[in-house]
Design a binder for this molecule. Structure first.
Ligand SMILES: [Zn+2]
Length: 302
């Protein structure tokens, strides 16, 4: 089953496919094992910022690690944020990165044109969608601004939420879904990214809420599975309400990265991997409530 079909099926069944981010290569093994041991289905994800600013080296290195530890029927390999304009406001030559992901066997890609105007974002996303669809790969686009990756000072969370700062516009979402030809739409509805800048990446994320009515309106307008970025640190009740309203994929990065880094000590990779394994199992069983999704989605057929 393709990544596109899997996420559509999750939406149909009222559940969610988590995507776990890999900023450090040794995280692939415990994430894949935890997903399989929960009889769940998840994407192993890497974003450009994670090989540029952390230690996942390259998208090829993650794909190679994935091949060693993948759990067929449980795990998929996905490319997260390839920005057109990155968090430091530099233009990125994104097409070569997308082509490398196709060659490396990625099953989904994300093109993030959210720092462009609407027409520019639609143009870049459609270009990538058309390219990857030829080989059956899913394309995710982003509309609106999920805050948090920027290097400058952060706005207080309450201010972001109450003023709906950067939230995805509903009319724009309708047009974007139709014209960009993407399969999944990443939306800004209250979640925020964990910090990636050196100075702030170890801080605890503020606890975020979700604007569930806004999610429902976006889903109705776009008619596509919605993606929630910044899945760490959202109150669980909001996550579950968000899934009901249209979220079918949720990205989790910061909290498993911090589980790894805090337990690494003087290079104790085994302890760090063990912490990631435990945290992923807790997230699946206790927060996302998606233990046994494999049975729900596929009836455990191979
Ligand atoms: Zn994101």
């Amino acid at each position: 089953m393709t990544a596109k079909e899997t996420v559509l099926l999750a939406r149909e069944k009222g559940t969610v496919i988590p995507a776990f981010n890999i900023p450090h290569l040794p995280m692939v093994e415990p994430v894949a094992a935890a997903v399989a041991d929960e009889n769940s289905v998840a994407i192993i994800h890497v974003a450009r910022v994670e090989w540029e600013k952390f230690s996942s080296k390259s998208l090829e290195a993650v794909a190679e690690e994935y091949r060693k530890y993948e759990k067929p029927g449980h795990t998929l390999l996905g490319l997260d944020h390839v920005p057109v304009v990155d968090e430091d406001l530099q233009r990125v030559d994104y097409l070569p990165i997308i082509r490398r992901a196709i060659d490396a066997g990625y099953q989904s890609v994300m093109i993030d044109g959210s720092r462009l105007d609407l027409a520019g974002n639609i143009g870049a996303t459609a270009e990538v969608a058309d390219l990857v669809h030829r080989t059956g790969i899913a394309c995710e686009g982003e509309l609106g601004a999920v805050m948090g990756h920027e290097s400058g000072p952060r706005k207080p969370y309450e201010e972001i939420f109450t003023t709906k700062l950067g939230f995805t516009n509903i009319d724009e979402a309708k047009r974007f879904a139709k014209e960009s030809r993407c399969d999944w739409l990443s939306v800004a509805v209250g979640s925020i990214h964990g910090a990636v800048a050196e100075a702030t990446r170890n801080q605890k994320k503020p606890e975020a809420r979700l604007d569930v009515e806004h999610i429902a309106a976006l889903y109705k307008a776009a008619g596509l599975p919605l993606v929630l970025h910044g899945g760490s640190g959202i109150q669980p009740d909001y996550i579950r309400a968000g899934i009901k309203a249209g979220i079918a994929k949720i990205n989790v990065g910061t909290e498993i990265r911090q589980a790894y880094e805090y337990n690494l000590g003087e290079g104790n990779i085994k302890a760090a991997q063990e912490a990631v394994y435990k945290r992923v199992r807790e997230l699946i069983s206790g927060v996302l409530l998606i233990t046994n999704t494999r049975r729900l989605l596929f009836g455990d057929k191979k």
